[in-house]
Write a protein that binds this ligand. Sequence first.
Ligand code: SF4
Length: 356
Amino acid sequence: MSSELSNARVNLLGKSVEELREFLAELGEPEYRGAQIYHAIYAERKFDFAEMTNLPAALRERLAQEASIALPRIARRYLSADGTVRYVLALTEGKPANVEAVFMPEENRQTICISTQAGCAVDCRFCLTATLGLQRNLTAGEIVGEVLVALEDNREALKPQTNIVLMGQGEPLLNYDAVMAALRILLDQKGVAIAPRHAALSTSGIVPGIERLAKENIRPNLAISLNASSNEQRDQIMPINRKYPLEKLLEACRNYPLKPREWLLFEYVLLGGFNDSPEDARRVVKMLSGIRAKVNLIPWNPGDLPLKRPERERVDEFQRILIEKGVPCFVRDSRGQDVMAACGQLALAETAAAAT
Ligand code: SF4
């Protein structure tokens, strides 16, 4: 993988097919070469111009001098007992930063969880990433690069289907333009070719971002990190709720134009003794009435924060109440907990496991 850079060279990673066509035109080359390079980088995962043998040798040499394909560098790789791989990726362009991505293999598919910002400013109280604060936004190329690095590192073991979830570090809707530019490449069937229905973006509830996403033609599934059954409760664990309280958030959800067979996913981190009572469950049912919703219950993953994992009986009772009232509800025990790769744990806890 070529990730060594000279600042003078133009990084092509993250460029759309139109941008690549323009770049080639600026070099005085036929524009269709831009589409060939687009296909080579994103569909074939060729990161060295020398491998793009459908290009003339002279053009390959020129590209090697004037351009680069700057992938994030794998700084550390942690392997979990359940097969999950957590990557610490060093971003090599712009302000140096590390982010994390997680590769989760399953029987017929793999799911890749990616970050959209280095750190996060949203400050959810149950999230270790929040303790980092916001370091910087990722570029479209860095976001696409996370997926390409994870695919490439597991090239020999890939299953036919790839899912991506934007649930790593950062609030995707606070880095909207770069996230959408990356998704247009990731979900383009001539690009990385992930099916839009196999992609999900999780937000803490940035209402203007939800309203923008509603207008996109091609977009991932939307997941809302709900985590509370009242404003009072949500204010305590998600300060963003003071800016976009539940009424506004749920109104944006009600107005979200769902396609046939599309659902809004509500994620609910269950915090023992805080938001896991039967009354909470009944309030959630009421809040979601009129929304085509599914709920994922995520029993809190013990991290370094002073919060408790809920009792199993409370989790089951919560789920039973939602299902009885007609709200599809699933319990998701996060994978990769032994390497701190579970949701809300993507902080740089470097001591978790042995690196390879
Ligand atoms: S849960 Fe998501 S939005 Fe909230 S602080 Fe963590 S990374 Fe940011």
